[in-house]
Design a protein around this ligand. Structure first.
Ligand SMILES: Cc1cc2nc3c(=O)[nH]c(=O)nc-3n(C[C@H](O)[C@H](O)[C@H](O)COP(=O)(O)OP(=O)(O)OC[C@H]3O[C@@H](n4cnc5c(N)ncnc54)[C@H](O)[C@@H]3O)c2cc1C
Length: 402
């Protein structure tokens, strides 16, 4: 098959690019390993709902227009929204077509796919910001008697072995799953890392409203303290229950046992660093950086600071848990994601595996990326901001077609 433009991935980044190419009259196809919005369909737990409010779903040609702009779509609602959006302009998606290799072929690109070879003059790689779930090496030390699963393999409390649960990783997903399992009546231990948090509402406005108003999402990659900061967690909060605060202080108050960083397992005992206070302090410090932006935005609006930081969080935490004695039957790894572009056979990736690109353009003419964390701005990989990048990439493709 010979195509003009092949977009790989039919998530928000791929469909947004398709939308803009359609507007510009550029013929293209979207190759998708699963179905439209596959990541939201199959890699999120059953009760998943957005952390960002519905009004912030600003997909091009697919902005939220339902009855609850301040609500938080659940998984079926979000998948239905995506499907309606793709159908609304007949996005040319070829579903169940996995791209296994991308190579140069003369002046074109050769894509090896589960549907056979495809040749394309232009390729847009939109395979997701959260590609390969990261499981630390010391996970291998867990005894076989313990069930282990990744966040994306977790579905609901009833699907787990009866017993208590250790969750390793305290980003948005780890904290939300900890809360759900605790509410289902299980004893939950949460091994914590460093994550910022913020109140769900500030001066009567949603956190995401402040993120937008303060320009937090408009920050370019150069505003990050280090390249590693691309892997930092988003601020802890939840959309469950209509949206509310959720962070280490609320989880501790609810009865979830917080421990430090997971170190490994020896003789049936899981060890944890004695670093809970430092991790919470580090999260608080990241929150303070965000708070400065919020305070500056409030000042411009003639308002006082809408957010007081609490006292430092200090509790005694255990550094060892006897897995059998604590009745821990399941460990959930909620330890983040890493880029995974192994099938792209071009030397275009930095030492963390992120594509090197400018406004989505790689140094190989005709090869683009979409949906990369901080591709252009903090908003590049979220439902609010992906459309801006998609328009820039699509315009460049349209202007440079031969
Ligand atoms: C747990 C979690 C919660 C999030 N919650 C929010 C939120 O509340 N609000 C928000 O704005 N953002 C949220 N995000 C961030 C972001 O919106 C999502 O990560 C979103 O899925 C990114 O869209 P994408 O199109 O870049 O990638 P994806 O949605 O992952 O889409 C990539 C697509 O590419 C396909 N694909 C991958 N490899 C291949 C291949 N080789 N061949 C063919 N197809 C392939 C996949 O099947 C997939 O459909 C969340 C992220 C996570 C991980």
């Amino acid at each position: 098959m010979d195509v003009n433009v092949a977009i790989v991935g039919a998530g928000q980044a791929g469909i947004a690019t398709s939308y803009h190419l359609r507007q510009l009259g550029v013929e293209h196809v979207v190759l998708e390993a699963g179905r439209v919005a596959e990541t939201w369909r199959s890699r999120r737990w059953d009760s998943f709902c957005l952390v960002t409010p519905n009004w912030s779903v600003q997909l091009p040609g697919g902005a939220y227009d339902g009855a609850e702009p301040d609500g938080f779509m659940n998984k079926p609602e979000l998948v239905a929204h995506f499907q309606r959006w793709a159908d609304s302009f007949a996005a040319p998606v070829r579903e169940r077509c996995t791209v296994t290799a991308l190579d140069a072929d003369g002046n074109a690109f050769a894509l090896a796919t589960s549907d056979g070879r495809i040749e394309a003059r232009t390729v847009v790689i939109a395979t997701g910001g959260y590609q390969r779930a990261y499981r630390p090496a010391n996970a291998a030390q867990l005894p076989d008697s313990i069930d282990q699963l990744l966040t994306e393999e977790y579905s609901c409390p009833d699907a787990l072995e009866p017993g208590n649960v250790l969750i390793v990783g305290s980003g948005q997903s780890g904290c939300q799953i900890a809360e759900e399992l605790h509410e289902s009546g299980r004893k939950v231990f949460l091994s914590c890392g460093r994550a910022p948090w913020a109140p769900r509402r500030l001066a009567g406005r949603d956190l995401v409203w402040w993120i937008v108003q303060s320009g937090w999402w408009a920050r370019p990659p150069s505003a990050l303290p280090s390249p590693q900061a691309r892997l930092f967690s988003n601020p802890l909060a939840t959309g469950h229950g209509g949206g509310r605060d959720m962070h280490l202080r609320t989880l501790h108050a609810a009865g979830i046992e917080l421990v430090g960083r997971f170190l490994g397992v020896e003789a049936g005992k899981a060890g944890f660093a004695d670093d809970l206070s430092q991790s919470v302090d580090a999260g608080d410090n990241m929150s303070r950086v965000f708070k400065k932006s919020v305070d500056a935005a409030a000042e411009k609006m003639g308002m006082p600071s809408p957010w007081e930081m609490p006292e430092p969080f200090r509790i005694q935490s255990r550094t060892e848990l006897d897995l059998a004695a604590e009745g821990i039957k399941t460990v959930i790894w909620s330890t983040g994601y890493r880029p995974d572009y192994g099938w792209v056979h071009f030397p275009l990736f930095d030492d963390m595996g992120f594509p090197m690109q400018v406004d989505g353009r790689s140094s190989v003419p005709g090869l683009y990326f979409m949906g990369v964390h901080f591709q252009r701005k903090g908003q590049s990989a979220v439902l609010y901001g992906v459309g801006e990048d998609a328009e820039i990439v699509a315009r460049h493709i349209a202007e440079n077609r031969t």
